[in-house]
Every structure is written in C-alpha cells, then in structure tokens.
Ligand binder design. Structure first.
Ligand code: GRF
Length: 199
C-alpha cells in the first residue's frame, strides 16, 4: 500500500510513522509521499531528512476548492498513492474528494470521539475544551474520513489521564506521547494491511 501523509505543521505524527516504518512495524505500507498545505511546515524537513518525496499544494494557489482537489488527486495518481493519512492537516477536504477514497483516508484526532470533535475543535482548542469541561480522561482517536468532520468510523482509540494542574500545552504533549504516536502507526498498519489484501 502506497501511503501519502498530509501535513500542515510540526509533523510529529509523521515522525512517529517514519520511525515505526523503520522499525518494521508497517510491513503492509510504504510512506511514499508527504503532502503539505504550506511551505513552512516543519514536517517537510522531516520528509527531506528521511528521503521521502514531498510536495506543497496551497489552497490559495487555486481559484476553487475543486481545482485545488483536482491537483491533489493528480499528484496522488502520479505517485501511485492508494491510502492517505491526515496527520495534523489543517485544510478541509470536500465530500467529492473524500468519496474518491472510501476507507482509504484516516485521520488522527486528539480526543476520545465523540467528545471534543467536529467544527472548531482543532489543535490546542481540543485540550482547552477538555480541561474546561473538567473530564478526567481524554485521549486520541484514529478514524476513517468521510464528509462529516471527525465523523467517520472509529478505527482505534487510546485513553489518557488528565492530571491536576494540566494546562492545554501540557495535556497536548501527554496525549501525543501516550496516545497519538502509539496509535497512528498501529492504525495505519491495520488499514494498509486490509487494503493490501483487497478488502
Ligand atoms: C495532532 O495533535 C493531531 O492529533 C492533530 O494535529 C496535531 C498535529 O501535530 N490533528 P503534528 O503536526 O503531527 O506534530
């Protein structure tokens, strides 16, 4: 399974995938392309350092969402990509695009869905909301991507304890270390393996 990882920021989840692949933990997949929504994403440096091809496609560079997504589709086809991982990708994808890849796009979200997800829940906002509500357990979810934001079928989840005195930043870090970086490689291998077997 040839995988493209879509990124917009630091790319620590991309790094977790690269490291897992190097350890032989993603035998059914190959990270073949990194697609960034902006050229300042540190994830691009991570791709370069690891010899992974990368491309920047900016929404602003296109007159419409349709033209933007057509370009993405062309690049994915040119590179023989058949699975997409959204790892901190901040640009929206239309139903038209997600429908091209049914059960072939996965996303990592830093909460236990259906809590603290959907519109407006991204980045630190998710952890601010969890702390604001006063939940004692949060976590991360890997799910398939469909037209509903954070609404696709859940693949894996992992819980993380909230501790007294947590700030959004501290909690974000713990959720990444204890859940996201562990969960994403596992889920990617599960989906890549299914796709390889052809179901
Ligand atoms: C992660 O918290 C991920 O769950 C969310 O965006 C963040 C991306 O971080 N969707 P990174 O770019 O992988 O470091």
């Amino acid at each position: 399974t040839k995988i493209a990882v879509f990124v917009s920021g630091g790319g620590t989840n991309l790094q977790a995938l690269i490291d897992a692949e190097k350890r032989g933990e993603i035998p059914s997949g190959e990270i073949a392309l990194v697609l960034a929504s902006n050229d300042s994403a540190y994830a691009l440096t991570r791709a370069e350092e690891n010899g992974i091809k990368s491309v920047v496609i900016k929404r602003k560079g296109f007159p419409s969402q349709e033209a933007y997504e057509e370009e993405m589709k062309n690049v994915l086809d040119e590179n023989g990509i058949n699975m997409i991982v959204l790892a901190g990708f901040m640009s929206l994808l239309s139903e038209k695009f997600t429908a091209l890849y049914p059960k072939r796009i996965v996303n990592i979200h830093p909460s236990l869905i259906p809590s603290f997800c959907g519109k407006g829940f991204y980045g630190l906002h998710v952890h601010e909301a969890a702390l604001g509500y006063g939940v004692k357990v949060t976590g991360a979810t890997v799910h398939y991507v469909n037209e509903i934001p954070d609404g696709g079928e859940i693949i894996l989840q992992k819980a993380v304890e909230i501790l007294e005195g947590d700030t959004p930043e501290v909690l974000q870090k713990r959720v990444m270390e204890e859940a996201e970086w562990v969960l994403l490689p596992k889920a990617v291998e599960m989906v890549a393996c299914k796709l390889q077997k052809g179901n």
